[in-house]
Design a protein around this ligand. Structure first.
Ligand code: PMP
Length: 426
């Protein structure tokens, strides 16, 4: 029995499914989840000491790679001065200034502890600001597990076959309208019918929870337009894309600005941090300035802020993103070449340092239905063939992959070699 098998068996006795977040359980791909002991740069080391090239990167945060020495030093130094005060520190303002300077249209920001908290709070703010209840989201987009957003959601909610979970009151679910991602006409039609009842649209600007699906040309612009026409707010959920597809996130990349932006992952460099922010007029509705309540005992935690500040300082270096984007392209182009050579129907998507790949005859994957039509058993087999060869991919075909600054050309070459062998065995 491997150490992972042993640890998994013990975990299942005291933790539901043995994991603290469902996708980790390998339900989609089958087999025993790998239990990890440590990580450094592009690599993970499991409980049996095996090394893996990691393309999950803690689901996105570790854009610098794991255990970056400067981030660790900042965390250790800050921890020595106390872990939490439940009272303000100057570090929060330092990070807020940095984030507002980088994110388009953000005048003010509030820090929270997770992406779920960020999107949940943003929805409440949009409802409070507009005095409307209905929200619009897109099928296959995941925005965390708060009640209003767990309707036809992506990521683990897809894997587990619970597009809307028991425990979400029907009365609340009725206020969530789910449209098709990248369907511009569908959005226009919905807004023509009920636009004046809609508090907000929430969207992943590059969908990363139904694999990786970029917006088609004009999609994000259309969302901005209908929101403006109908007095609704546009929430761009950059929990995954923020500081990931580029220093100014997807909004910088596509030239569309939100009323409220939600952030997570990279902003905390691996510590539990999320944030929501936007136009001053909107953010001033938040307590204690305004009537919309939102709070958190550990929000703005000094150790997490220190990690975030160091992370943002490092990724702000000129040219930081260029090699990561180039390596992402080298990986997806290489995978395509290997699949073609093996005669395996396959296509890839990528934006910045996010990528996805699909076992499909179709050359374009632009929405949830197309993602669902891919050959998922084939993905699962590929996943395990890669895992055996020391390449750790996201353990479900509905997830995006992530490149870090620590990955080298040599890592890409090793990954492609493993892929050649895997494709040949499919
Ligand atoms: N929004 C998006 C776009 C996400 O990808 C995620 C998590 N993958 C969340 C929100 C929720 O974040 P968290 O898991 O930190 O609650």
């Amino acid at each position: 029995m491997s150490r992972s098998e042993q640890l998994f068996s013990e975990a299942q006795k005291v933790i539901p499914g043995g994991v603290n977040s469902p996708v980790r359980a390998f339900r989609a791909v089958g087999g025993t989840p790998v239990f990890f002991e440590r990580a450094k740069g592009a690599y993970l080391y499991d409980a049996d000491g095996k090394e893996y090239i990691d393309y999950v990167q803690s689901w996105g945060p570790m854009i610098l790679g794991h255990a970056h020495p400067d981030v660790l030093a900042a965390v250790i130094e800050r921890a020595q001065s106390g872990l939490s005060f439940g009272a303000p520190t100057g570090l929060e303002t330092d990070l807020a200034e940095r984030v507002c300077a980088l994110v388009p249209g953000m005048d003010m920001v509030r820090f929270v502890n997770s992406g779920t908290e960020a999107t949940m709070s943003a929805i409440r703010l949009a409802r409070g600001f507009t005095g409307r209840d209905k929200i619009v989201k897109f099928e296959g987009c995941y925005h965390g597990h708060s009640d209003s957003l767990l309707i036809k959601a992506g990521s683990g909610a897809l894997t587990m076959g619970v597009p809307s979970s028991p425990g979400v009151p029907e009365a609340l679910a009725q206020h969530t309208i789910t449209l098709t991602y990248n369907d511009i006409e569908g959005v226009k039609q919905a807004f023509a019918e009920i636009g004046d009842q809609v508090a907000c649209i929430i969207v992943e600007p590059v969908a990363g929870n139904m694999n990786c699906v970029p917006p088609v040309e004009g999609f994000l612009q259309c969302l901005r337009q209908v929101c403006d026409q109908h007095g609704a707010l546009l929430i761009i959920d950059e929990v995954m894309t923020g500081f990931r597809v580029g220093l100014r996130g997807a909004q910088g990349h596509y030239g569309v600005t939100a009323d409220i932006t939600t952030l997570g992952k990279v902003i905390g460099g691996g510590m539990p941090v999320g944030a929501f922010g936007g136009r001053r007029e909107v953010m001033e509705k938040i307590a204690p300035l305004g009537p919309v309540y939102q709070a958190g005992t550990l929000s703005g935690n000094p150790v997490a802020m220190a990690a975030g500040l160091t992370n943002l300082a490092l990724i702000s270096a000129p040219g930081f993103y260029d090699p990561i984007v180039a390596r992402t392209a080298a990986l997806t182009d290489g995978l395509q070449r290997e699949a073609d050579a093996a005669g395996v129907p396959f296509t890839t998507n990528r934006v910045g340092s996010m990528f996805g790949f699909f076992f499909t005859e179709s050359k374009r994957v632009e929405n949830f239905a197309q993602v669902m039509a891919c050959d998922i058993p084939r993905f699962n087999k590929f996943f395990h063939l890669m895992l055996e060869q020391g390449v750790y991919l996201a353990p479900a075909s509905y997830e995006a992959g992530f490149m870090s600054a620590a990955h080298t050309d040599e890592d890409i070459a090793r990954t492609l070699e493993a892929a050649r062998s895997a494709f040949a065995q499919l």
